[in-house]
Design a protein around this ligand. Sequence first.
Ligand SMILES: [Zn+2]
Length: 200
Amino acid sequence: MRFLLLPCLLIPSLWGFEGLPALHAPLTVVVDSEKPIPSTALQELQAELDKLLSQGQRHVEWKLRSQMQPGAEAADLVVVRFRGSCRMETAPILLDERGPLAFTHTADGEVLPFSEVLCDQVKVAARSAMHGGQLRDGDKLMGRAMARVLAHEIWHITGNTHNHGKHGVASRGLTGAQLIADRLDFDRSDAGALTRKTVR
Ligand SMILES: [Zn+2]
């Protein structure tokens, strides 16, 4: 196991339009969580991850782990477990800011399609960048932060890489401000890694 703090090359002339079919197999994201994820956070998580992976021309198929049937098949999948509480707190949070936001399992140097997102750490990072009225949208911003952390991990997985990008979602050590900013994208030079197969 390895700790990671932690997803097109668009061809605009042909594929850079919304509504055209994805070029690559959908990515099934199987979600499990220790505690229920607030619906507002879940909606934003799904919308933001869909947007980020579409930058690598990957369509996301969401599944709850509890809904997976034994023997169910998916061409390409990632399993993510959200640990801790993914509900934003309005009271001050007195937790240690240090430590990873997520990690992804590896074996023999290969990045495996199993990630764990540490909601308590993500929450501290996101909360530290919130001010004023943003707390009213706490769960929404939490969902956005969760999506960016997860997209970062998925990028490691699909690219089977321990490296990082220089800018954007694939960069090392995303800050709280980056996690909740109105917009944070994959750098174009990084997004191509999202199209690679995850099942090896
Ligand atoms: Zn990373």
